[in-house]
Design a binder for this molecule. Structure first.
Ligand code: PBG
Length: 349
């Protein structure tokens, strides 16, 4: 065989063999000191935003099965957690309510109740830790019995875009009044950023910012979150899919269009979500707008890393760090991640 004959005649190279190279990139990787000097991306506690889940009437934190280490917290425990997170140098939290199913209805009525869970939570956290920035989702999915992000048409075959936006604008004003720093419309209805900006300004909340989920894909990676807030019904609703408002994962030009529209309508920051599978989109949106970019490392990304680590197939700490580093390197100015607290603790210590 031809392969065998060449192996038989192979002679090892002389020990003095040297390539005539002037460029040797490995020179700068030789020692930890040199590697530190040329490191291009560095994670710091201020890069992170911690998403937290709040629930009413549970005496103890409930762990979310598909999100190890993440809990549904009652307001008292939420306040404690926010204090701890703030001490570690994380500048902001994003709060999500898990509503009692009995309070949900087709119209998401509870979203406009001044005493609804999320507003009580915001007031409590703001009072206890005023320096911590609070972000709240403006979307109806935690409040609707069908789990969609908007109110439905009579035929229940579509979300009524404009009527939904009207509700979102009122919801945002209530959140601003409760003291949030940034409202985060996350439903992907058309025109909501402009409507929310107008409503906030008219109510005197000119200083409340908008973090727009501008580029939110219809993603399988939201699975564990839907368990966490109990909005799983919508994913499989027979007549209506979230694909009618969330973006097709196949698209990139549309991402730029959405980001630019929201920037024009008054978004202060632009979000890309999910993050890890959309690094190209983060980079393109970064280059297409001058607004700060947030990326959301979503529940499924978190669950995936934990699951593999549990099986002993991935190293949790290293994978966690690398996943976040990649998101920042792609162009994110800040990252919403369920790893926020432990990352900040690790970077401080
Ligand atoms: C809904 C909302 C979702 C997430 C944040 N806000 C899920 C959805 O669209 O069903 C997902 C977050 C995550 O998966 O971590 N408005």
């Amino acid at each position: 065989m031809a392969g065998c004959s060449s192996a038989a005649t192979f002679k090892p190279m002389a020990e003095t063999f040297a390539l005539d190279l002037t460029q040797r990139p490995r020179r700068l990787r030789r020692t930890p000191a040199l590697r530190a000097m040329v490191e291009e991306t560095v994670l710091r506690p201020a890069d992170f935003i911690a998403p937290l889940f709040v629930v009413d009437g549970k005496p103890a934190p409930e762990e979310i099965k598909s999100m190890p280490g993440q809990f549904r917290l009652n307001i008292a425990d939420l306040v404690k957690e926010c204090r701890a997170i703030h001490k570690l140098g994380v500048p902001a939290v994003a709060l999500f309510p898990k509503l009692d199913p009995k309070l949900k209805d087709d119209e998401g009525t509870q979203a406009l109740n001044e005493e609804t869970l999320i507003l009580r939570a915001v007031r409590a956290v703001k009072k206890a830790v005023p320096e911590l920035a609070i972000i709240t989702d403006v979307a109806l999915d935690p409040y609707t019995s069908h789990g969609h992000d908007g109110v439905l048409t009579a035929a229940r075959d579509d979300v009524e875009n404009d009527r939904t936006v009207g509700l979102l604008a009122r919801m945002a004003v209530l959140q601003a009044r409760a003291g949030v720093d940034l409202v985060a419309p996350s439903d992907m209805m058309d025109g909501r950023v402009g409507a929310i900006r107008t409503a906030l300004d008219a109510a005197g909340y000119t200083g409340t910012g908008i973090l727009a989920y501008s580029v939110k894909y219809n993603s399988a990676y939201y699975g564990p979150f839907r368990d966490a807030v109990g909005s799983a019904q919508a994913a499989g609703t027979r007549l209506l899919s979230k694909a009618t408002y969330q973006m097709n994962p196949a698209n990139r030009r549309e991402a730029i269009r959405e980001a630019q529209l929201d920037a024009r309508e008054g978004a202060d920051m632009i979000m890309v979500k999910p993050a890890g599978a959309y690094l190209d989109i983060i980079r393109e949106v970064r280059d297409a707008t001058d607004r700060p970019i947030a990326a959301y490392q979503v529940s499924g990304e978190y669950a995936q890393i934990h699951a593999a680590a549990r099986l002993g197939w991935l190293d949790l700490a290293r994978t966690r760090h690398e996943s976040l580093l990649a998101i920042k390197r792609a162009g994110a100015d800040m990252i919403l991640t369920y790893f926020a607290k432990e990352m900040a603790a690790g970077l401080k210590g």
